[in-house]
Ligand binder design. Structure first.
Ligand SMILES: [Zn+2]
Length: 314
């Protein structure tokens, strides 16, 4: 309790600095733009588009769940020091909303999903508080839109290097196009009746919509709501009905619920195994292929195709 009080006290002290002169919104000149981001796949995209014109600091590493993340006093200091703050938005960072509101009053702070037309967003799972499903990065086309927003935000902070940002963006969008085609090709190998993707939480609705899979998450869209026995039974019944050979665990969610699901499916006579660990709300370790947005989506697509095709574990 004392520790929590201390954390809040430090936060209050850090935020009280708001009374200090507002951070400059004038263009950054003669030095790289300092960008602070939230999830590590946003960090990766900003690094790709910003190139050597930016120094990017991500608050969330591999395995960190953005729905539950709370900023420490040190994180707040990092945010306040940034020339530009880029976050996922759509309430992905559910416990940082108020903080972003306060930061936006004094320095450039932007959700990278702001420019995606609301008509292209999906509704959240019933019973959750979000206005929209925030997991847009699993639709590579929507992620491309977010990348354009990132490039525009960097250009606004550093107009002298607009051409660099445009060139980096174009190269990245070409890679995203190739990734999109690769995922479509992989999903086409799965027979239509097996295209049911079962995971711990509802992170894959956009993936399902773009690449033609039905999706069932045991928890809601946010991991903040705990899975109930009824949730587990509902999904186990689907598995038994569709004879799905594999379900998937997630890198940023504990796997107990998936274990309970496998046990429940077994009681219904359905043999289902774990088809692999998917990257959902965080990319993998830095320096590995899965540590990037593209590598994370590619790895997921390979696991999903192999699992649903009933291929033996590699
Ligand atoms: Zn999520």
């Amino acid at each position: 309790m004392l520790r929590r009080c201390l954390t809040w006290l430090l936060l209050a002290v850090a935020l009280a600095g708001c009374a200090a002169p507002a951070a400059s919104r004038a263009p950054v000149v003669d030095r790289p733009v300092k960008v602070t981001t939230t999830t590590n796949f946003i960090t990766d995209a900003v690094a790709r588009i910003g190139g050597d014109r930016v120094v990017v600091t991500g608050l969330m590493g591999p395995g960190v769940d953005p729905h539950l993340f709370r900023a420490s006093a040190r994180d707040v200091a990092t945010l306040r020091d940034a020339d530009l703050i880029l976050y996922g938005g759509l309430q992905l960072e559910g416990r940082m909303g108020e903080l972003f509101g306060e930061l936006a009053e004094r320095q450039p702070t932007l959700a990278i999903t702001d420019d995606i037309p609301r008509s292209e967003l999906l509704a959240p799972a019933p019973g959750t508080n979000e206005e929209y499903d925030p997991h847009v990065w699993f639709d590579v086309g929507l992620w491309g839109r977010a990348c354009r927003t990132i490039a525009a935000a960097l250009t606004e902070r550093d107009p002298a290097h607009a051409a660099d940002y445009q060139r980096n963006l174009d190269a990245y969008l070409a890679e995203l196009d190739a990734l999109d085609r690769e995922i479509k090709g992989l999903m086409a190998t799965v027979s239509p009746e097996r295209r049911l993707l079962v995971t711990s939480h509802d992170a894959f609705e956009y993936f399902g919509r773009r690449y033609g899979l039905d999706v069932a998450g045991i928890q809601g869209i946010s991991t903040a709501a705990e899975a109930t026995t009824a949730d587990v039974e509902r999904v186990a019944a689907l598995i038994a009905e569709h004879r799905v050979p594999a379900v998937f665990v997630e890198s940023s969610v504990p796997r107990q619920t998936i274990d309970a699901l496998i046990a429940s499916a077994a009681r219904r006579g359905a043999e289902v195994r774990v088809g692999g660990e998917l990257f959902t709300d965080a990319a993998g370790q830095p320096g590995t292929p899965e540590g990037t947005y593209i590598g994370m989506l590619r790895a997921n697509a390979h696991w999903i195709a192999a699992g649903l095709n009933g291929e033996p574990e590699g």
